[in-house]
Design a protein around this ligand. Structure first.
Ligand code: ASP
Ligand code: MG
Length: 417
Protein backbone atom coordinates (compact mmCIF):
# COMPACT_ATOMS: atom_id res chain seq x y z
CA UNK A 1 0.00 0.00 0.00
CA UNK A 2 1.23 3.48 -0.89
CA UNK A 3 -0.26 6.86 0.01
CA UNK A 4 -0.44 9.76 -2.44
CA UNK A 5 -1.50 13.18 -1.20
CA UNK A 6 -2.59 15.96 -3.51
CA UNK A 7 -2.98 19.48 -2.13
CA UNK A 8 -5.57 22.09 -3.06
CA UNK A 9 -3.32 23.69 -5.69
CA UNK A 10 -3.07 20.42 -7.60
CA UNK A 11 -6.85 20.17 -8.04
CA UNK A 12 -7.71 23.82 -8.42
CA UNK A 13 -9.56 23.25 -11.71
CA UNK A 14 -10.60 20.58 -14.21
CA UNK A 15 -7.09 20.39 -15.70
CA UNK A 16 -5.67 19.83 -12.24
CA UNK A 17 -8.04 16.90 -11.68
CA UNK A 18 -7.07 15.42 -15.07
CA UNK A 19 -3.40 15.81 -14.22
CA UNK A 20 -3.94 13.99 -10.93
CA UNK A 21 -5.37 11.07 -12.88
CA UNK A 22 -2.30 11.08 -15.13
CA UNK A 23 -0.02 10.89 -12.11
CA UNK A 24 -2.03 8.04 -10.62
CA UNK A 25 -2.09 6.19 -13.92
CA UNK A 26 1.63 6.59 -14.37
CA UNK A 27 2.82 5.46 -10.96
CA UNK A 28 0.30 3.56 -9.03
CA UNK A 29 -0.59 0.17 -10.29
CA UNK A 30 -0.79 -1.28 -6.83
CA UNK A 31 -2.91 -0.64 -3.79
CA UNK A 32 -3.10 3.04 -3.08
CA UNK A 33 -4.73 5.60 -0.80
CA UNK A 34 -5.25 8.92 -2.56
CA UNK A 35 -5.81 11.84 -0.23
CA UNK A 36 -7.08 15.03 -1.80
CA UNK A 37 -7.50 18.47 -0.22
CA UNK A 38 -10.28 20.91 -0.95
CA UNK A 39 -9.95 22.48 -4.42
CA UNK A 40 -7.88 25.64 -4.75
CA UNK A 41 -9.04 28.29 -2.30
CA UNK A 42 -12.22 26.48 -1.25
CA UNK A 43 -11.23 26.25 2.41
CA UNK A 44 -10.73 30.02 2.58
CA UNK A 45 -14.13 30.52 0.96
CA UNK A 46 -15.71 28.13 3.46
CA UNK A 47 -14.05 30.02 6.30
CA UNK A 48 -15.68 33.19 5.00
CA UNK A 49 -19.00 31.31 5.10
CA UNK A 50 -18.34 30.27 8.72
CA UNK A 51 -17.70 33.85 9.83
CA UNK A 52 -20.75 35.14 7.98
CA UNK A 53 -22.88 32.35 9.42
CA UNK A 54 -21.71 33.00 12.96
CA UNK A 55 -22.40 36.73 12.54
CA UNK A 56 -25.79 35.83 11.07
CA UNK A 57 -24.94 37.49 7.80
CA UNK A 58 -26.17 36.13 4.49
CA UNK A 59 -24.09 33.25 3.11
CA UNK A 60 -26.05 32.67 -0.06
CA UNK A 61 -23.73 34.31 -2.53
CA UNK A 62 -20.60 32.64 -1.19
CA UNK A 63 -22.41 29.31 -1.09
CA UNK A 64 -23.80 29.58 -4.63
CA UNK A 65 -20.39 30.39 -6.07
CA UNK A 66 -18.81 27.31 -4.50
CA UNK A 67 -21.70 25.18 -5.70
CA UNK A 68 -21.48 26.49 -9.26
CA UNK A 69 -17.71 26.07 -9.43
CA UNK A 70 -17.69 22.53 -8.12
CA UNK A 71 -20.56 21.37 -10.32
CA UNK A 72 -18.82 22.89 -13.33
CA UNK A 73 -15.58 21.04 -12.61
CA UNK A 74 -17.45 17.78 -12.13
CA UNK A 75 -19.33 18.30 -15.39
CA UNK A 76 -16.02 18.88 -17.15
CA UNK A 77 -14.16 15.86 -15.78
CA UNK A 78 -16.94 13.30 -15.40
CA UNK A 79 -19.69 14.45 -17.80
CA UNK A 80 -21.51 11.14 -17.86
CA UNK A 81 -21.45 10.36 -14.17
CA UNK A 82 -25.02 11.18 -13.25
CA UNK A 83 -24.75 9.47 -9.87
CA UNK A 84 -21.76 11.58 -8.87
CA UNK A 85 -23.54 14.78 -9.90
CA UNK A 86 -26.58 13.78 -7.84
CA UNK A 87 -24.38 13.02 -4.85
CA UNK A 88 -22.54 16.33 -5.12
CA UNK A 89 -25.85 18.20 -5.32
CA UNK A 90 -27.08 16.36 -2.22
CA UNK A 91 -23.91 17.30 -0.41
CA UNK A 92 -24.42 20.96 -1.18
CA UNK A 93 -28.01 20.55 0.02
CA UNK A 94 -26.66 19.24 3.32
CA UNK A 95 -24.53 22.33 3.76
CA UNK A 96 -27.42 24.59 2.79
CA UNK A 97 -29.54 22.82 5.41
CA UNK A 98 -26.89 23.33 8.04
CA UNK A 99 -26.57 27.02 7.20
CA UNK A 100 -30.32 27.52 7.43
CA UNK A 101 -30.27 26.62 11.13
CA UNK A 102 -29.05 29.12 13.72
CA UNK A 103 -25.47 28.67 14.99
CA UNK A 104 -25.30 26.33 17.99
CA UNK A 105 -22.96 28.55 19.98
CA UNK A 106 -19.66 26.71 19.61
CA UNK A 107 -17.92 28.55 16.77
CA UNK A 108 -15.06 26.07 16.48
CA UNK A 109 -17.43 23.14 16.22
CA UNK A 110 -19.49 24.91 13.56
CA UNK A 111 -16.25 25.78 11.78
CA UNK A 112 -15.23 22.13 11.52
CA UNK A 113 -18.65 20.95 10.37
CA UNK A 114 -18.80 23.58 7.64
CA UNK A 115 -15.21 23.67 6.43
CA UNK A 116 -15.06 19.85 6.09
CA UNK A 117 -17.44 20.00 3.12
CA UNK A 118 -14.63 21.27 0.88
CA UNK A 119 -12.65 18.07 1.21
CA UNK A 120 -15.74 15.95 0.57
CA UNK A 121 -16.59 17.82 -2.65
CA UNK A 122 -13.09 17.57 -4.08
CA UNK A 123 -12.80 13.86 -3.35
CA UNK A 124 -16.21 13.13 -4.89
CA UNK A 125 -15.04 14.91 -8.05
CA UNK A 126 -11.67 13.18 -8.16
CA UNK A 127 -13.20 9.78 -7.53
CA UNK A 128 -15.73 10.31 -10.32
CA UNK A 129 -13.06 11.45 -12.75
CA UNK A 130 -10.79 8.50 -11.99
CA UNK A 131 -13.73 6.17 -12.67
CA UNK A 132 -14.45 8.05 -15.88
CA UNK A 133 -10.93 7.42 -17.17
CA UNK A 134 -11.01 3.78 -16.10
CA UNK A 135 -9.15 3.97 -12.81
CA UNK A 136 -11.14 1.80 -10.41
CA UNK A 137 -11.42 3.33 -6.95
CA UNK A 138 -13.51 3.41 -3.80
CA UNK A 139 -14.53 6.75 -2.28
CA UNK A 140 -14.19 6.64 1.50
CA UNK A 141 -15.36 9.16 4.07
CA UNK A 142 -12.21 9.72 6.16
CA UNK A 143 -14.43 10.25 9.19
CA UNK A 144 -15.17 6.53 9.21
CA UNK A 145 -11.46 5.96 9.91
CA UNK A 146 -9.84 8.94 11.62
CA UNK A 147 -11.19 9.11 15.17
CA UNK A 148 -10.19 12.21 17.15
CA UNK A 149 -10.76 14.00 20.41
CA UNK A 150 -13.08 17.01 20.70
CA UNK A 151 -10.53 19.78 20.21
CA UNK A 152 -12.22 21.45 17.30
CA UNK A 153 -9.95 23.05 14.68
CA UNK A 154 -6.87 21.22 16.03
CA UNK A 155 -8.07 17.78 16.90
CA UNK A 156 -5.78 15.14 18.35
CA UNK A 157 -5.89 11.62 16.90
CA UNK A 158 -7.16 8.62 18.84
CA UNK A 159 -4.69 6.16 17.37
CA UNK A 160 -6.12 3.02 18.93
CA UNK A 161 -9.67 3.48 17.66
CA UNK A 162 -8.46 4.79 14.30
CA UNK A 163 -6.27 1.76 13.88
CA UNK A 164 -9.17 -0.62 14.41
CA UNK A 165 -11.25 1.34 11.94
CA UNK A 166 -8.48 1.26 9.36
CA UNK A 167 -8.33 -2.54 9.49
CA UNK A 168 -12.09 -2.72 9.04
CA UNK A 169 -11.83 -0.34 6.11
CA UNK A 170 -9.28 -2.48 4.32
CA UNK A 171 -11.38 -5.56 4.80
CA UNK A 172 -14.43 -3.76 3.42
CA UNK A 173 -12.92 -2.26 0.31
CA UNK A 174 -13.67 -4.77 -2.37
CA UNK A 175 -12.19 -3.12 -5.44
CA UNK A 176 -9.05 -4.77 -6.79
CA UNK A 177 -6.55 -3.21 -6.58
CA UNK A 178 -7.58 -1.55 -3.34
CA UNK A 179 -7.52 2.02 -4.52
CA UNK A 180 -9.08 4.43 -2.06
CA UNK A 181 -9.91 8.10 -2.57
CA UNK A 182 -10.42 9.94 0.68
CA UNK A 183 -10.12 13.30 2.43
CA UNK A 184 -7.34 14.82 4.42
CA UNK A 185 -7.81 17.29 7.24
CA UNK A 186 -11.00 15.86 8.70
CA UNK A 187 -11.94 13.34 11.37
CA UNK A 188 -14.76 12.40 13.69
CA UNK A 189 -14.90 12.85 17.44
CA UNK A 190 -16.18 10.13 19.74
CA UNK A 191 -19.35 12.21 20.06
CA UNK A 192 -19.87 11.78 16.34
CA UNK A 193 -19.14 15.35 15.29
CA UNK A 194 -16.82 16.40 12.50
CA UNK A 195 -13.41 17.69 13.56
CA UNK A 196 -10.44 19.11 11.67
CA UNK A 197 -6.74 18.72 12.26
CA UNK A 198 -5.76 22.36 11.66
CA UNK A 199 -5.25 24.30 8.44
CA UNK A 200 -3.12 22.53 5.87
CA UNK A 201 -3.62 19.37 7.89
CA UNK A 202 -4.04 16.96 5.02
CA UNK A 203 -0.30 16.21 4.91
CA UNK A 204 -0.79 14.98 8.45
CA UNK A 205 -3.77 12.91 7.31
CA UNK A 206 -1.56 11.26 4.69
CA UNK A 207 0.83 10.30 7.48
CA UNK A 208 -2.06 9.07 9.65
CA UNK A 209 -3.37 6.77 6.92
CA UNK A 210 0.16 5.57 6.15
CA UNK A 211 0.75 4.78 9.80
CA UNK A 212 -2.57 3.02 10.25
CA UNK A 213 -2.21 0.95 7.11
CA UNK A 214 1.53 0.26 7.42
CA UNK A 215 2.10 1.88 4.06
CA UNK A 216 5.28 1.39 2.09
CA UNK A 217 5.66 5.13 1.43
CA UNK A 218 3.90 8.49 1.28
CA UNK A 219 4.20 10.89 -1.64
CA UNK A 220 3.09 14.49 -1.29
CA UNK A 221 2.49 15.96 -4.74
CA UNK A 222 3.10 19.69 -4.69
CA UNK A 223 3.46 22.64 -7.02
CA UNK A 224 7.16 22.80 -6.15
CA UNK A 225 9.58 20.02 -7.06
CA UNK A 226 10.52 19.05 -3.50
CA UNK A 227 11.86 20.54 -0.30
CA UNK A 228 14.27 23.40 -0.75
CA UNK A 229 16.89 24.93 1.49
CA UNK A 230 14.91 28.19 1.45
CA UNK A 231 11.62 29.54 0.17
CA UNK A 232 11.97 29.61 -3.65
CA UNK A 233 9.47 32.48 -3.78
CA UNK A 234 11.84 34.65 -1.77
CA UNK A 235 15.31 33.62 -2.83
CA UNK A 236 16.53 33.35 -6.41
CA UNK A 237 19.10 30.64 -5.81
CA UNK A 238 17.60 27.89 -3.76
CA UNK A 239 18.82 24.30 -3.70
CA UNK A 240 16.78 21.14 -3.58
CA UNK A 241 17.22 19.06 -0.42
CA UNK A 242 17.18 15.77 -2.24
CA UNK A 243 17.55 13.54 0.79
CA UNK A 244 17.16 14.54 4.44
CA UNK A 245 16.27 12.80 7.67
CA UNK A 246 12.98 12.92 9.56
CA UNK A 247 14.76 14.82 12.30
CA UNK A 248 16.04 17.48 9.96
CA UNK A 249 12.63 17.86 8.31
CA UNK A 250 10.99 18.17 11.75
CA UNK A 251 13.48 20.86 12.72
CA UNK A 252 12.89 22.74 9.48
CA UNK A 253 9.13 22.66 9.77
CA UNK A 254 9.33 23.58 13.45
CA UNK A 255 11.33 26.68 12.56
CA UNK A 256 8.72 27.68 10.01
CA UNK A 257 9.47 25.97 6.68
CA UNK A 258 6.01 25.61 5.22
CA UNK A 259 6.50 22.78 2.74
CA UNK A 260 5.22 20.02 5.01
CA UNK A 261 2.75 20.31 7.85
CA UNK A 262 4.76 19.97 11.09
CA UNK A 263 2.70 17.10 12.51
CA UNK A 264 3.34 14.91 9.44
CA UNK A 265 6.75 13.52 10.26
CA UNK A 266 6.31 11.90 13.68
CA UNK A 267 3.94 9.09 12.66
CA UNK A 268 6.08 8.31 9.62
CA UNK A 269 9.24 8.22 11.66
CA UNK A 270 7.68 5.81 14.15
CA UNK A 271 7.08 3.25 11.44
CA UNK A 272 10.03 4.21 9.28
CA UNK A 273 7.85 5.06 6.29
CA UNK A 274 9.69 7.23 3.75
CA UNK A 275 8.12 10.47 2.58
CA UNK A 276 8.60 11.71 -0.97
CA UNK A 277 7.88 15.32 -1.91
CA UNK A 278 7.44 15.68 -5.65
CA UNK A 279 5.98 18.00 -8.22
CA UNK A 280 2.65 17.27 -9.89
CA UNK A 281 3.78 19.61 -12.66
CA UNK A 282 6.82 17.50 -13.47
CA UNK A 283 6.10 13.99 -12.36
CA UNK A 284 9.41 12.61 -13.61
CA UNK A 285 11.54 14.90 -11.44
CA UNK A 286 12.97 12.98 -8.49
CA UNK A 287 11.99 15.45 -5.75
CA UNK A 288 12.98 15.02 -2.11
CA UNK A 289 13.14 11.93 0.07
CA UNK A 290 12.75 12.13 3.82
CA UNK A 291 13.63 9.04 5.82
CA UNK A 292 15.84 7.84 8.65
CA UNK A 293 19.13 8.55 6.88
CA UNK A 294 20.86 11.68 8.09
CA UNK A 295 24.13 11.55 6.10
CA UNK A 296 23.12 14.43 3.85
CA UNK A 297 21.50 16.67 6.44
CA UNK A 298 24.38 19.04 6.87
CA UNK A 299 25.53 19.36 3.26
CA UNK A 300 23.58 22.51 2.46
CA UNK A 301 22.74 25.42 4.79
CA UNK A 302 18.95 25.84 5.02
CA UNK A 303 17.36 29.08 6.03
CA UNK A 304 13.89 30.03 7.13
CA UNK A 305 12.67 33.54 7.58
CA UNK A 306 9.61 34.36 9.66
CA UNK A 307 8.32 37.89 9.13
CA UNK A 308 6.00 39.90 11.41
CA UNK A 309 7.62 38.87 14.67
CA UNK A 310 7.38 40.59 18.02
CA UNK A 311 10.47 40.70 20.21
CA UNK A 312 9.20 41.06 23.77
CA UNK A 313 11.33 41.69 26.81
CA UNK A 314 9.86 41.10 30.25
CA UNK A 315 11.43 42.46 33.48
CA UNK A 316 10.05 42.14 37.03
CA UNK A 317 8.87 45.58 38.16
CA UNK A 318 10.91 45.44 41.36
CA UNK A 319 14.05 44.59 39.38
CA UNK A 320 14.33 41.24 41.11
CA UNK A 321 16.17 38.55 39.19
CA UNK A 322 14.38 36.46 36.64
CA UNK A 323 14.18 33.09 38.36
CA UNK A 324 12.27 29.84 37.90
CA UNK A 325 9.20 31.15 39.75
CA UNK A 326 8.76 34.11 37.39
CA UNK A 327 9.51 31.96 34.39
CA UNK A 328 6.94 29.32 35.20
CA UNK A 329 4.38 32.03 35.81
CA UNK A 330 5.22 33.73 32.52
CA UNK A 331 5.10 30.44 30.58
CA UNK A 332 1.73 29.69 32.08
CA UNK A 333 0.34 32.94 30.72
CA UNK A 334 1.73 32.24 27.27
CA UNK A 335 0.18 28.77 27.34
CA UNK A 336 -3.18 30.09 28.53
CA UNK A 337 -3.28 32.69 25.78
CA UNK A 338 -2.09 30.12 23.28
CA UNK A 339 0.83 32.30 22.16
CA UNK A 340 3.62 30.13 20.81
CA UNK A 341 7.18 31.15 21.66
CA UNK A 342 9.51 30.91 18.68
CA UNK A 343 12.70 31.78 20.54
CA UNK A 344 13.65 32.74 24.08
CA UNK A 345 16.64 34.07 25.96
CA UNK A 346 17.18 35.44 29.43
CA UNK A 347 19.56 37.67 31.36
CA UNK A 348 19.61 38.43 35.08
CA UNK A 349 16.77 40.92 34.84
CA UNK A 350 14.97 40.27 31.60
CA UNK A 351 13.36 37.40 29.80
CA UNK A 352 13.10 37.93 26.04
CA UNK A 353 10.86 36.04 23.68
CA UNK A 354 9.99 36.16 20.01
CA UNK A 355 6.44 35.39 18.92
CA UNK A 356 4.22 35.89 15.87
CA UNK A 357 2.57 39.30 16.00
CA UNK A 358 -1.14 38.67 16.57
CA UNK A 359 -4.05 40.15 18.51
CA UNK A 360 -3.53 37.36 21.07
CA UNK A 361 0.11 38.31 21.55
CA UNK A 362 -0.82 41.99 21.90
CA UNK A 363 -3.42 41.13 24.53
CA UNK A 364 -0.85 39.10 26.42
CA UNK A 365 1.57 42.03 26.44
CA UNK A 366 -1.12 44.15 28.06
CA UNK A 367 -1.82 41.47 30.63
CA UNK A 368 1.85 40.93 31.54
CA UNK A 369 2.16 44.68 32.11
CA UNK A 370 0.53 44.23 35.52
CA UNK A 371 3.42 42.43 37.19
CA UNK A 372 6.26 43.21 34.80
CA UNK A 373 7.75 45.97 32.80
CA UNK A 374 7.21 44.85 29.23
CA UNK A 375 8.94 46.36 26.23
CA UNK A 376 8.57 45.18 22.68
CA UNK A 377 9.71 45.70 19.13
CA UNK A 378 7.33 44.88 16.31
CA UNK A 379 8.05 44.31 12.63
CA UNK A 380 11.00 42.02 13.32
CA UNK A 381 12.13 39.03 11.29
CA UNK A 382 13.31 35.78 12.77
CA UNK A 383 16.02 34.17 10.66
CA UNK A 384 16.94 30.55 11.33
CA UNK A 385 19.88 28.97 9.56
CA UNK A 386 20.53 25.24 9.84
CA UNK A 387 24.06 24.00 9.15
CA UNK A 388 25.22 27.55 8.75
CA UNK A 389 28.45 28.94 7.40
CA UNK A 390 29.70 32.49 7.88
CA UNK A 391 29.06 33.51 4.28
CA UNK A 392 25.38 32.55 4.53
CA UNK A 393 24.96 34.36 7.85
CA UNK A 394 26.51 37.54 6.48
CA UNK A 395 24.44 37.44 3.36
CA UNK A 396 21.22 37.05 5.37
CA UNK A 397 21.86 39.73 7.98
CA UNK A 398 23.51 42.29 5.69
CA UNK A 399 22.15 45.80 6.16
CA UNK A 400 19.90 44.74 9.04
CA UNK A 401 20.06 45.54 12.74
CA UNK A 402 20.63 42.31 14.66
CA UNK A 403 18.69 42.59 17.91
CA UNK A 404 19.28 39.14 19.28
CA UNK A 405 21.41 36.21 18.24
CA UNK A 406 21.71 32.57 19.25
CA UNK A 407 23.98 29.85 17.95
CA UNK A 408 24.28 26.16 18.57
CA UNK A 409 26.54 23.82 16.64
CA UNK A 410 23.93 23.19 13.97
CA UNK A 411 21.63 26.22 14.12
CA UNK A 412 22.07 29.99 14.13
CA UNK A 413 19.11 32.26 14.81
CA UNK A 414 18.81 36.01 14.48
CA UNK A 415 16.14 38.51 15.28
CA UNK A 416 16.61 41.40 12.86
CA UNK A 417 14.84 44.58 11.96
N1 ASP B 1 -8.10 22.16 2.80
C1 ASP B 1 -7.46 22.35 4.08
C2 ASP B 1 -6.77 23.69 4.11
O1 ASP B 1 -6.71 24.35 3.10
C3 ASP B 1 -6.53 21.26 4.42
C4 ASP B 1 -5.31 21.17 3.55
O2 ASP B 1 -5.27 21.72 2.48
O3 ASP B 1 -4.34 20.51 3.95
O4 ASP B 1 -6.30 24.08 5.14
MG1 MG C 1 -5.98 23.14 1.20
Amino acid sequence: MKVFKFGGASVKDADGVRNLAEVVKHFALDDLVIIVSAMGKTTNALEAIVWAYCDRRDTKELFEKLRRDHLAVLAAVAPEDVAAAAELVLNFDDLRGLLSKPPAGNVDRDYDSIVAFGEVWSTLIVSAHLRTVGIINTWVDARTVVRTDEQYRRAGVDWTTSSLRASTLLAEVESVPKRIVTQGFIGLSSEGTTTTLGREGSDFSAAIFAYLLDAESVTIWKDVPGMFNADPNRFPETKLLSHISYREAIELSYFGASVIHPRTLQPLQKKNIPLFVRSFKDMNAAGSVIDAHSENDSLIPSFIIKPKQLLISITPRDLSFIVEENLSEIFKRFAERNVRIDLMQNSALAFSVVVDDSPRAQALIGELGHGYEVRYNDGCELITVRHYDEATLQQLTKGKAVMLEQRSRSTARFVVK
